[in-house]
Ligand binder design. Structure first.
Ligand code: NAP
Ligand code: HSE
Length: 434
């Protein structure tokens, strides 16, 4: 590309963090300098960078950039306009440097969902009080431009529901267990070897990382303050290869699914393993891919699918935000002024749904009848049931219920020990209707 039309001064980036994402951003800025300048109407350039180890070979030429060892110092440099925070962590350097950047009059582009899930409201208020913007497309669902879609494209809709599979590592583990017939522990170790897991793996498999992402989207969708602490969280650690196979036999896939919706009782936010129809778009999602689903009153349902992580997709999202800043787009962090966002009352999911139950039943006369009676006493009606071959003295029984409430399921499960025929912990998973 030649002779871009440049109408403005260069937009100068300071990049804090030169790992997977940071180096991805460096490569795009270097590879597409002319294209970016043409599209933004001004050059987009990197002035200074920062990481812990200056001697590490990072596979990119950084010789043209000033080097800082301290992210706060980088954030305050006079020769940067945008502070790109790609270090990670919700306290320490990431938080200190982001606050310093905003106070120093810099815009912020970040991939850090943990930081915003914990401090998003305060940071947004600081940014908006100072006339700065915080952009965080890369923080949610990697390369999928879901934050832009929600904030801009769907701004004329009252959002009904936001859903998605937003942790690629969990989706990789669940689909790999199914495809290879391997147990959770083996696939977890495989994911570790492949470098998929966060440095604290509970962020992934405990549902926390995906919960952060859901809380950020819920804030934009429903005009509420980010309330990660109210997300009902459950990870994938107790999902067995048996559950995956049995759910498959019944026509379902197991996904770590996030759902947020505003109800008359308050804001429901949950990130839990659920069953979804195997034939649905979510059911067919495999590997590390993410899927985000929006439902608006005018638009109906929108489904977005793409890479949820990795150097290229995440850097792509960062650059989308950088280009918006370069073009002069200045929107409030969560789509409405931070001071107008309301505190939503947390609500537990009340809408009835079918449930999948896996129960290990003792091989005794009348055992099945006792379980059916317990479910009946809880007001739960059985839709389908299967019993599998006996292992020693017990046999797995699968039950798909008619629609029932979470409370009824919890009550029934709490009564199972008293039957004297249920061995171990039963598994109860909601079947999400899409
Ligand atoms: P990473 O590969 O671990 O890189 C982190 C970088 O930050 C490293 O260059 C590290 O320096 C630097 N760093 C860490 N602490 C620092 C400190 N106190 N001062 C200065 N530099 C520091 O992480 P990443 O995968 O690129 O992720 C970065 C952010 O993007 C995180 O918030 C993550 O959640 C988010 N994100 C990542 C992905 C992905 O696919 N990787 C996707 C979406 C969002 P050294 O290299 O010298 O150690
Ligand atoms: N650990 C995250 C995932 C990285 O597996 O989806 C992207 O946020």
């Amino acid at each position: 590309m030649s002779s871009p039309i440049l109408t403005g001064p260069a937009l100068r980036l300071g990049i804090a963090g030169l790992g997977t994402v940071g180096i991805g951003v460096v490569k795009i800025v270097q590879r597409h300098a002319d294209m970016l300048a043409m599209r933004a109407g001004r050059p987009v350039q990197i002035t200074a960078v920062c990481a812990r180890d200056q001697n590490k070979d990072r596979g990119a030429d950084l010789s043209g950039y000033a080097w800082e060892t301290d992210a706060v110092t980088l954030a305050q440099r006079d020769d940067i306009d945008v502070f790109v925070e790609v270090m990670g962590g919700h306290e320490g350097a990431a938080k200190d440097a982001t606050e310093a950047a905003l106070r120093a009059g810099k815009d912020v582009v970040t991939a850090n969902k943990a930081l915003l899930a914990h401090h998003g409201q305060a940071l947004a208020e600081t940014a908006e009080a100072n006339g700065q913007v915080i952009r965080f497309e890369a923080a949610v669902a990697g390369g999928i431009p879901c934050i832009k879609t929600l904030t801009e494209g769907l701004a004329g809709n009252q959002l009904r529901r936001v859903m998605g599979v937003m942790n690629g590592t969990c989706n990789y583990i669940l689909t790999r267990m199914e495809d290879a017939g391997l147990p959770y522990d083996t696939v977890f170790e495989e994911a570790n070897q492949l470098g998929y897991l966060e440095s604290d793996p509970t962020l992934d498999v405990g549902g926390i990382d995906a919960g952060h992402k859901l809380a950020l989207m819920a804030s934009i969708a429903f005009g509420t303050k980010v309330a990660f602490e109210n997300v009902q969280l459950e990870g994938i650690g107790r999902i067995s290869i048996d559950d995956i196979r049995r759910a498959g036999d019944m026509g379902y896939k197991i996904k770590l699914l996030g759902v947020a919706q505003m109800t008359g009782r308050g804001l429901e936010q949950r990130m839990t393993p659920c069953l979804v129809p195997a034939s649905s778009a979510l059911g067919q999602l495999s590997g590390g891919t993410n899927m985000v689903v929006f439902e608006g009153d005018s638009v109906g349902q929108i489904v977005m699918r793409g890479a949820g992580a990795g150097e290229g997709p995440t850097a792509s999202a960062i650059m989308g935000d950088v280009m918006d800043v370069a073009r002069g787009l200045r929107l409030p962090t969560f789509g409405a002024p931070a001071t107008q966002l309301v505190e939503a009352a947390p609500a537990v999911t009340a809408a009835p749904a079918p449930y999948y139950l896996r129960i290990n039943l003792s091989d005794k006369p009348g055992a099945l009848a006792k379980v059916a009676q317990t479910l009946g006493d809880a007001g739960i009606s059985i839709s389908r049931m299967r019993q599998y071959g006996h292992a020693d003295t017990s046999a797995p029984v699968l039950i798909v219920t008619h629609k029932t409430t979470t409370d009824a399921i919890h009550y029934a499960v709490s009564q199972f020990p008293a039957t004297g025929v249920v061995e171990g912990d039963p598994v109860a998973l909601r079947i999400e209707e899409l």
